[in-house]
Design a protein around this ligand. Structure first.
Ligand SMILES: [Cu+2]
Length: 164
């Protein structure tokens, strides 16, 4: 089925659902339904000082590299746009986190404090790839007279080229 077709179909079934629930006078039952992965409605408030980054999934992750500072809480909001089975689940192997990503339903993932380094994320088949780069918190600013850092090793002397 083409994306256009499935778009049309799902739009139609949505309208159908809406009219059915209206006639049942119980729209709340539908509104409160959420999948196991959690949606916006079930996301707790953003922790103080946390960064929130929206990642669009459309046959790739965008952005695919997310930079944070050590200790900075990170909330990722995945919004999958495609219908490819490839992208239906995102996996963070180093964090032991995996979530289903229903198309067009934002999924919020709050990550624990991350260690300095790289934490990859990928589709369940390891084809789409992204990563979180966690930088060390910069040390307190050095005193103004600290001067230039001493070179750790003298630069190797260039050997003069023999002339011909
Ligand atoms: Cu995949």
């Amino acid at each position: 089925m083409s994306n256009l077709m499935s778009n049309l179909m799902s739009r139609r079934s949505l309208m159908l659902l809406a009219s059915v629930s209206a006639s049942l006078a119980a729209p709340a039952a539908f509104a409160q339904r959420s999948d196991a992965a959690g949606t916006d409605a079930s996301a707790p408030p953003l922790p103080a000082g946390a960064r929130e980054v929206e990642v669009i999934v459309d046959n790739a992750y965008s952005p695919s590299v997310i930079e944070v500072t050590e200790g900075e809480p990170l909330r990722l909001r995945f919004v999958r746009r495609d219908y490819s089975p490839c992208s239906r689940e995102v996996v963070f192997p180093t964090l032991n986190v995996r979530r289903m990503l229903p198309t067009n339903q934002p999924v919020v993932i709050d990550l624990p404090a991350l260690s300095v380094g790289e934490h990859p994320f990928q589709c369940w088949m390891n084809m789409l790839r992204g990563r979180i780069v966690v930088r060390a918190r910069p040390a307190a600013a050095p005193p103004a007279d600290a001067g230039a850092p001493a070179p750790s090793r003298p630069a190797p002397r260039a050997r003069p080229r023999p002339r011909r």
